[in-house]
Structures are given as structure tokens and as C-alpha cells.
Design a protein around this ligand. Sequence first.
Ligand SMILES: [Zn+2]
Length: 416
Amino acid sequence: MSVKIAFLGMPNKVGRSAYLIKGSRKVLLDYGVDLGKTPQFPDPVDVSSLDLFVISHSHLDHMGAAPMLYVSGDVPAITTPPSIEISDLLIRDFMKLSGEYLLFEYIDFISLRRNVHLLGYRKPFLFDGVSVTLFDAGHIPGSAQVLVEMDGRRILYTGDINTYETMLQSPADMDLGVELDAVIMESTYGNSRHPDRREMERRFVEQAIETIESGGTVLVPAFAVARSQEILLILDKYDFPYEIVMDGMAIEVTKILLSQPGYLRDPERLRRAFNAVRKIYRWRDRKKVVNERCLIIAPAGMLGGGAAVFYLNKLIDDPKNRIFLVGYQAPGTPGRSLLEEAESEEARDRADVVYMRFSAHADVDGLFRFASSIEGDPTFYIVHGDGDARMNIGELISDRLGYRVVYPGHREEYIV
Ligand SMILES: [Zn+2]
């Protein structure tokens, strides 16, 4: 029996991910949404025909539509313990922001939770002739690469992947030990190189200290999941001498991560650093803290909401202050606009805005190294990349490694 991969999301951009593996059984890998003014969903699937559903990690572009599968169904699901806990938090937040557009209720997520089999890395899950194994993807805690073995075929889906060690996590597992027939590979940074991480860490800490020493306040709007904790660990590594304040969902996420220490590189260090942080829960404290010489870590990372927006409005008009954007800023987001305005003449009398990309994805070198580590003679299906990111890494893989490379489009199907 042939095995097919159907691309139900948007494989030609960084966006909603959904891949259906169809052979003697049907396995769905991720079911995510595109965020924006109104969320966009992947193609519908016939839930009654599904045998298994796997969540690679807890970002909404990978699992934001997952509760839809449980409105009328009860498909067995697989993911890691941190992924389900963080998903719970992010789905509730998503419902608060976009509930009116969603085709599910929180109770459908509860139904998903009831159907989840929690799985650690490198432990095969056998189900009706299908085997699913998760490998560490190094992207955010609990993130997984997914190996599906069905009808004599082996398909690897990378999910989002980071091949570099960060303060928070070990790099992606690149020792899978099996020959593959197909690799569905992300390519977010398939056309760019990250700046030197250690050098950037040093610059970040130096500039933050300099701002506070000249009487200012530092704001770091950061993603609640993984980035806020990474920033905290970097500050700890360099013995940051001033008070660190944390606000919003970053606090809850850190607590979840500390309850799953096996998925962290150095849980004791995170625990120590987090204990020393001043946590803010009340408006009275927020209003006070903006007048203090300290560093504030607060989501959302692209300034689309959350406590960071309040702090930004209070801090932006004083040139003594500094704002560090430490992650990807999608076009159309307030974070991207702030970056663009920072170049203008008027920005001179405002707080300094600095962009530093502490990425959780592999860059082109990392992706190439990952592809080089693969065994067998697989076809690479390059997904999850904007512009020429897919082609750039795809050409490197076909030219230098000699593998067949495919750039699938929305709704296309390929035989493995
Ligand atoms: Zn992700």
C-alpha cells in the first residue's frame, strides 16, 4: 500500500501547519492556525477517519486549531507533557483574544486532553501497525520531531527545530539512528544566518546595564514561552547587577517549565534566577515599576497585547529608556512598526529601540547540518518558510547532498 502526505495548511509560508499521512492508517501531524485580525484555519479533515493525531509543540501555528478535531470526535493524540500544559495556557489566551472567530470552545480542548497519551522522547508509541516516536527538536521545551513508521515507510516531520544550544535547552537530537524515506522540514530561516549568539548576549547585557546606570528603565517584550526564560537565564549568566521584573504570562509559563525539569538544560539555574525575580500581578505595582531603575521582561513579544504594551506606552517617550525586541517581528504587528519608526527622525527624542534576534529556530547552516545528519535516501518536503527561504535551503540540500527536494503547495499530495 502506498503512503501519501497531504499538505492541509500553508506549506509555502511561516504559517498554519497541518500534514496528513495516509496509508493503511491516517495520522495527522499538527493542526495550527495563522494569527492575524481573524485567525485562518487549515483544511478540514474527516475526523471519523483519523487514527492518530500528533502535536509537535505548543505554538498556536502548530496546534491552535486542534480543539476543532474534538468537537465531534475522540481521536487518540500524542504529545509531550510540557506541550500539553503550555497548549492549555495558550489556547485559553487565544480564546480570550479571538474567541468570537473560533469554531470550538474550551471544553473541546478538555476533550483533547482526555485523549492525549503523554510521550517522552525516543520511546516508540505503537498503535494498530503504526509507530510514532518523538525526538527532541530543541525549539521550545517539549518540542518534538515526529517519526512516523507506517506500511514500511519512515517519515520524519521536524516541526520547528533548533540545532543550536541555548541557555534554556539542548540542541535538537540529530542521532535518529534510522534510514528515512521522507523528511518534512521547516525552513523559517532557510535563507539567513544568525548573528554570533555569545557576542549578542554580551552586547545585550552591557547595553541594559548602561541604560540603567544612566537613570533609565529597560523593557524586554518577549514571547511568554521560552524567550522570556532564555532572557532571564542570559541575565543570570552575566550576573546582571540590577533588579529584574517579570510580568504577565511569562510567570505562569516559567512555573510550568519548572514543573517539567527533565525538558530543561539547567532547571536549577532557572529556579534560582526565577526565585530572585520580582513578579508583578497588580496595576498598582505596574505603575510604580515604570519609574524604577530596573529591567522588565513582559509578553507579548510582538507587542500585540499583554503587559508589554502598558510598559511600552509609559517608557517610550523618555530617551533615557531602552527597549529590546528579542524575537521575530511579523509584518503588520506593533513590534514591526516600532522597529520601522526607530529609524525615523522623530525617534531621536524617544527611548532607544534595539533589535536582537535570540532565535529558537535553526538558521541556514543549522538546517543544512541537520539535513546532512539524515540517513537513507529521503525526499525532502520543504515547508514553513517565507519568500525564498524554502528554495535557498532546498537548493543547498539538492546540490550538495543530492537528495530529491519538493516545495509542496497548499492541498497538494505526494506519494512517499
Ligand atoms: Zn514554533
